[in-house]
Design a binder for this molecule. Structure first.
Ligand code: CA
Length: 217
């Protein structure tokens, strides 16, 4: 899953983006509102974490303009004791908010919920035949037994699993699994698919030549 983090406070931007990457997300960053809007309009992020108070263009305006063209889930970061800000944000099309300072565990849980909802998935554990995927624990089991996946393999499996029944193109997978800093890993998509098949069964991920990959519903 690929996130945009828009935050102008350098330490927070650095710390948060590192924590999100350790949690398995691909992360692009913006330190002002104009950059955030440009990126959010250009790339199909799985979610945007948007600080309300940003230089050049406030978070409100980023959100308002983004909603003209995209329904990307947006989680607002707001200041304490600003109920009016949160109401305004939700009314402008934000999907959720967090009040600063917040616990990372809560941010991660809210992101998982946002991403689940945007894929119309209500259940927190994905059941894919004999395979179960738990995004909260980032664990995978096959017939009840744990299976070790690398972070990349896990990310690929989670994305295809959330969109099971749909053929997902290679370009869509590149867009959702790798951030701007990560082009070197892009050509390994086939290797990741092959490794997942070795671990979960050859027919678990199907190839539709010229179209992409599919996990059957
Ligand atoms: Ca700020």
């Amino acid at each position: 899953m690929r996130l945009l983090l828009a935050e102008d406070e350098p330490d927070l931007l650095r710390g948060l983006s590192q924590s999100l990457r350790e949690e398995g997300y691909a992360v692009d960053t913006a330190s002002d509102g104009e950059a955030a809007l440009y990126l959010a309009q250009s790339i199909a992020f799985d979610a945007v974490i948007l600080d309300v108070m940003l230089p050049k263009l406030e978070g409100w305006e980023v959100l308002r303009r983004l909603r003209l063209t995209r329904k990307t889930p947006v989680l607002l970061l707001t200041a304490r004791d600003r109920t009016a800000d949160r109401v305004r944000g939700l009314d402008l099309g934000a999907d959720d908010y967090l009040v600063k300072p917040f616990d990372l565990s809560e941010l991660f849980a809210r992101l998982r919920a946002l991403i689940r909802r945007s894929a119309s998935e209500a259940r927190p554990v994905l059941t894919l035949g004999d395979v179960e995927v738990s995004p909260a624990a980032r664990t995978v089991t096959l017939r009840g037994k744990p299976v070790d996946l690398t972070p990349r393999e896990y990310a690929l499996l989670e994305y295809l699993g959330l969109h099971r029944g749909e053929v997902i193109s290679r370009s869509t997978l590149y867009e959702h699994l790798f951030d701007e800093n990560n082009d070197s890993a892009s050509n390994l998509l086939d290797v990741h698919v092959s490794n997942i098949r070795k671990k979960l069964g050859h027919d678990f991920i199907l190839t539709r030549r010229g179209h992409g990959y599919l996990i059957e519903a």
